[in-house]
Design a protein around this ligand. Structure first.
Ligand code: NOJ
Length: 536
């Protein structure tokens, strides 16, 4: 039996706090609202909740612009509300992860105000300040992910500061040991409160080239791609020295018992896995966004899984993500029918899955007219707008979906007939019921929770794989990624099996052997009657 810690068996659930539950009638979700809705997570069966930032912030990037790392923004409530949330969650057996945003602060953070006050300020070097280029203009060609140059000019001191995102999100200088120490203390503040860990924002951005060399021009750039792709981020992200910073975070987490660090990193598998760190002294889970970026096609998904599995360093633990607050919702990307298959894939692959709130009821992206966009990225690059995936959680069919008693902070996108929790609660065939059964199956079958992964078939629209764990029944997962019926052949050696989860909720208990027929967009989780031999 392999030794596992809580986060290896866990299912993580991401909450975007603005949009989960409003408790004080201002149309914005808050901490008391989340506490009130924790039962939903317990009923769903998840183990941990990750909250997008709840800290004091001018909210220009909706909390990813922090003005006080140890304060709760009044929009979300008070520290007492947070303590109550944490205690209630722990009482339910739920772990709580916060969102640490160490790459940049808000320009309203006292550190930046001091840094900007003069060239000689004691905190000048806490941020990245440079003189203009010899003939004027920004120091180099680095681009902001939110459009335009990544350098903002400060008239008073005659220098530019670097911001990978908004001009109001200046990047901290992680080469400065005082910055490291200050953020380490922020981590300790929350860890002492018994927070169970952090998701760390844009971890691969923390260190930039110390010679400030121009990024190479991207010759493959095409219209319709994010504008900052015009240059390749060779000197702005994924620098070798970042691993030292990551190991520093881990050392702090290790001062406490059983805490988890998850890194937000958009890199291909081979480079991503470096964030597990030398001797696994990096983050325990570098977020694997492969499913967000791969075409929804059996062979391509099989290739992704193989590539990721092969890249994993020995002793490391995999993870999978299907959606987050930065990407279109899965039900919009692959369609509502395939969203069921996607849920089955997320929750049966080897590794810790993260569910994005609302995906468990099959929410789709809201269509938001341009004049109502709130997201700063959407305002500068409309096709990258993220509002559509950040809508209020529809709890019931009432006017504001049970989210609030007043108009929500962003367009309430849900028309009559669109999904809500209360309706789905009633139906065994709902998406919510499917998520619950899948999570329950992970709990019941060690093969699903911690077993090995073996690819079987990726032909046409069928994806078939096996999960096994010594001493317990093996599991076969059969997914039809197409809109036509398909048959999955259980090769002779797989023997006979019993369906334990079915995409439409109507085939549980069915016995299958040799061949299993799949309806369009159907998936089955099948318990095989053979047992994996116990290791002697
Ligand atoms: C990544 C976060 O997920 C995203 O929402 C945010 O805009 C950027 N980091 C900048 O903090």
């Amino acid at each position: 039996m392999i030794d596992t810690t809580w986060w290896q068996r866990a299912v993580i659930y991401q909450i975007y706090p603005r949009s989960f539950q409003d408790s004080n009638g201002d149309g914005v979700g808050d901490l008391r609202g989340i506490t009130r809705r924790l039962r939903h997570l317990v009923d769903l069966g998840v183990d941990a909740v990750w909250l997008s930032p709840i800290f004091t912030s001018p909210m220009e990037d909706f909390g990813y612009d922090v003005a006080d790392y140890c304060g709760i923004d009044p929009l979300f409530g008070s520290m007492q509300d947070f303590d109550e949330l944490l205690e209630t969650a722990h009482g339910y057996g739920l772990k709580v992860l916060l969102d640490l945003v160490p790459n940049h602060t808000s320009s309203e953070h006292p550190w930046f105000i001091e840094s900007r006050s003069s060239r000689g300020s004691a905190k000048r070097d806490w941020y990245i300040w440079r003189d203009p280029a010899p003939h004027g203009g920004p120091p180099n060609n680095w681009l902001s992910e939110f459009g335009g140059s990544a350098w903002a000019f400060d008239k008073e001191s005659g220098q530019y500061y670097y911001h990978a995102f908004l001009t109001s999100q200046p990047d901290l200088n992680w080469r400065n040991p005082d910055v490291r120490a200050a953020i380490h203390d922020v981590m300790r503040f929350w860890l002492r409160k018994r927070v169970d860990g952090f998701r760390i924002d844009v971890l691969w951005h923390l260190i930039k080239d110390d010679q400030f060399r121009d990024n190479p021009v991207n010759r493959g750039f095409r219209e319709g791609q994010p504008p900052h792709w015009q240059v390749l981020p060779l000197h702005t992200t994924d620098q070798p020295e970042v691993h030292d910073v990551v190991a520093g975070f881990r050392r702090v987490a290790n001062e406490f018992e059983d805490r988890l660090l998850i890194g937000e990193i958009y890199l291909p598998p081979k480079r991503l896995v470096a964030y597990y760190g030398k001797d696994l002294e990096g983050v325990q889970l570098p977020f694997n966004f492969g499913l967000l970026e791969t075409r929804w096609h059996a062979r391509e998904l099989a290739r992704l899984i193989d590539e990721y599995e092969e890249a994993l360093p020995s002793g490391s633990w995999p993870n999978w993500v299907l959606g987050n607050h930065d990407r279109p919702r899965i039900a919009t990307r692959v369609g509502i029918a395939q969203a069921r298959v996607a849920a089955m894939l997320l929750l049966t692959l080897r590794g810790t899955p993260t569910i994005y709130y609302g995906d468990e009821i099959g929410l789709t992206n809201a269509d938001i007219p341009p004049e109502l966009l709130c997201d700063p990225l959407g305002k500068s690059v409309p096709f990258l707008g993220r509002d559509g995936a950040r809508g209020p959680m529809p709890w019931d069919a009432s006017l504001y979906g049970g989210f609030s008693n007043t108009a929500p902070w962003c367009v309430c996108p849900y028309d009559e007939g669109s999904p809500n929790v209360a309706d789905q609660q009633e139906s065994a065939a709902s998406m919510l019921a499917l998520y619950r059964r899948l999570i329950e199956a992970r709990r019941q079958h060690p093969a699903l929770a911690i077993g090995s992964y073996q690819p079987l078939v990726a032909t046409g629209d069928v994806l078939l794989f096996k999960r096994s764990h010594e001493g317990s029944a093996s599991i076969m997962v059969a997914l039809n990624l197409g809109a036509q019926p398909a048959a999955a052949v259980l090769h002779g050696s797989l023997g006979v099996g019993k369906v334990v989860v079915s995409a439409f909720g109507d085939r549980m208990g069915e016995m299958v052997k040799e061949e299993v027929d799949l309806r369009p967009s159907e998936g089955l989780v099948i318990e095989l009657s053979e047992q994996s031999p116990r290791a002697s």
